[in-house]
Design a protein around this ligand. Structure first.
Ligand code: KG4
Ligand code: ZN
Length: 355
C-alpha cells in the first residue's frame, strides 16, 4: 500500500499528512493566529507563514511517525482554488520533494478534498452514489450531484459571498472575533431565532446569495445600535440565532428541492461551515426523512486539512488518474470543481490504469 505525503496550503492553515491506504499515519498543522487582529486573512502574511512552517511540519511529521522518505510513493498538494501566494508555496515544496524523491506529483482540487473529507480513514464505499453533496466553507458554497467519486454536475452555487464569509462578515458587524462562524454558532445556541427576521433571496434553486442578509444586518445595526446597547447580551444572542437560521434556511432550500426531485442514495455535507450545529442537524433530519445516509465529516476534517487532500489523491491513484507531466502545472487560484472533473474525464481516456 503506497504512502502519500499531502500538503495543504490554500489559505491560512499549513497542514501536512501521511496516508497509507485509508490509514492516516499522522498529520501536522500550524494555524496562523496573526490574521485575527486584521479581522480576516492577509494573503501576504499567509504565504510567508507557509514558507516558514511547511518544511518544519513535514520534517516533524516524518520524524515523529518514524516514516522513511523511501516509503513515500507520491506527493499530493493543493493546486487550487485558493490564495495565489499560499498555493505557490505549497506547490514549490511539493515539486521539490517529488523531484528529489523521483516520485509522482499529484495536484489536487481543494473542493474535491472537502467533498471526500468524510472518507478520511474510511474504506471507500461505491454504494453511496448518487450523492447530493453540499460544500460550504469560507470561500465556497456549492451544491453538487455526484454520480461517482470523480463524476458529477453542479446544481447550485453562490452568486456573491460564500456561506462562511456571510457568517464571518455578520459576526464582524456584531463585534465578534475572527473567524466569526464558530463564535456565532455558540452564541446562537442560547438565542431566539425568531426574534429577528432577515430577507430570503428569491433566486429559485440554482443560485445562492448572501449579500441581502449582510446588507440588512448592516442597516439594522446602524439604525438600532442604541436600543441594542440596553439589552446587550440577549440581543446579541438573538441576532446570532436569527442570522444563523437565515443562512441555514437559504442553504437548505435548494438541498430540499433537489433531494425531492432526484432521490439521492446519500447526502453529503463538507467544508468549514459543515461544523455548524444547526446545519448539521438539518441535514441529518433530511437524511432520516429520506431514509438515506448522511456523510458529515467529524469536526477535525471539516476545516482545511491535508488528510482530505491525501484522501482525494488516493482516489485519483485508485482510478488511474495521475497526470504524468505534472511538474509544469501552475497553481490555479480559481479552479471550479466541475472544470476539474471534466479535465479528469479527459485524462481518463488516455491514461486509465496508469499511476
Ligand atoms: O473550509 P474552511 O476551513 O476554509 C475555507 O476553505 O474557507 O472554512 C472556514 C469557514 C470560516 O468562514 C468559518 O467561520 C466557518 O468555516 N465555520 C463556521 C463554523 N465553524 C467554522 N461557520 C458556522 N458555524 C460554525 N460552527
Ligand atoms: Zn476549504
Amino acid at each position: 500500500m503506497p504512502i502519500i505525503l499531502a500538503i495543504e496550503s490554500s489559505c491560512d492553515d499549513s497542514s501536512v499528512a501521511l496516508l497509507k491506504g485509508h490509514r492516516l499515519i499522522g498529520m501536522r498543522q500550524s494555524g496562523q493566529e496573526e490574521h485575527q487582529r486584521f479581522g480576516g486573512v492577509v494573503p501576504e502574511l499567509a504565504s510567508r507563514a507557509h514558507q516558514e512552517w511547511l518544511s518544519l511540519i513535514i520534517n516533524d511529521l516524518i520524524h515523529d511517525t518514524s516514516t522513511s522518505w523511501s516509503d513515500i510513493k507520491a506527493i499530493a498538494y493543493t493546486r487550487g482554488p485558493g490564495l495565489m501566494g499560499s498555493l505557490m508555496v505549497g506547490a514549490a515544496v511539493a515539486k521539490g520533494l517529488a523531484l528529489s524523491l523521483d516520485i509522482p506529483l499529484i495536484g489536487v482540487n481543494h473542493l474535491h478534498g472537502h467533498l471526500v473529507s468524510h472518507f478520511v480513514e474510511q474504506e471507500l464505499e461505491e454504494g453511496i452514489f448518487p450523492m447530493l453533496s453540499l460544500t460550504v466553507s469560507g470561500g465556497h458554497t456549492h451544491l453538487v450531484w455526484m454520480e461517482s467519486w470523480l463524476e458529477g454536475s453542479s446544481l447550485c452555487a453562490t452568486l456573491d459571498d460564500a456561506a462562511g464569509e456571510a457568517f464571518d462578515k455578520c459576526a464582524k458587524m456584531l463585534g465578534l472575533p475572527y473567524p466569526g462562524g464558530p463564535v456565532l454558532d455558540r452564541l446562537a445556541a442560547q438565542g431566539d431565532s425568531g426574534a429577528y427576521s432577515w430577507p430570503m433571496p428569491q433566486l429559485g434553486n440554482e443560485a445562492y446569495s448572501f449579500s441581502g442578509l449582510k446588507t440588512s444586518v448592516l442597516y439594522y445595526l446602524a439604525k438600532h445600535k442604541p436600543d441594542l446597547e440596553d439589552r446587550r447580551d440577549s440581543a446579541l444572542r438573538d441576532l446570532c440565532a436569527s442570522i444563523q437560521a437565515n443562512v441555514v434556511e437559504v442553504l437548505m432550500k435548494p438541498v430540499l428541492h433537489h433531494a425531492g426531485q432526484r432521490k439521492p442514495r446519500s447526502l453529503g455535507l463538507a467544508g468549514g461551515v459543515a461544523a455548524n450545529s444547526l446545519l448539521r442537524s438539518r441535514m441529518l433530519a433530511l437524511g432520516e426523512q429520506l431514509g438515506c445516509k448522511v456523510h458529515i465529516p467529524p469536526l477535525t476534517w471539516c476545516t482545511d486539512n491535508a488528510a482530505m487532500i491525501a484522501t482525494s489523491a488516493r482516489i485519483l491513484m485508485d482510478h488511474g488518474k495521475v497526470a504524468v507531466e505534472s511538474m509544469g502545472e501552475k497553481p490555479l487560484p480559481r479552479w471550479p470543481l466541475m472544470d476539474y472533473l471534466v479535465e479528469l474525464s479527459v485524462l481518463n481516456l488516455g491514461q486509465e490504469g496508469e499511476s
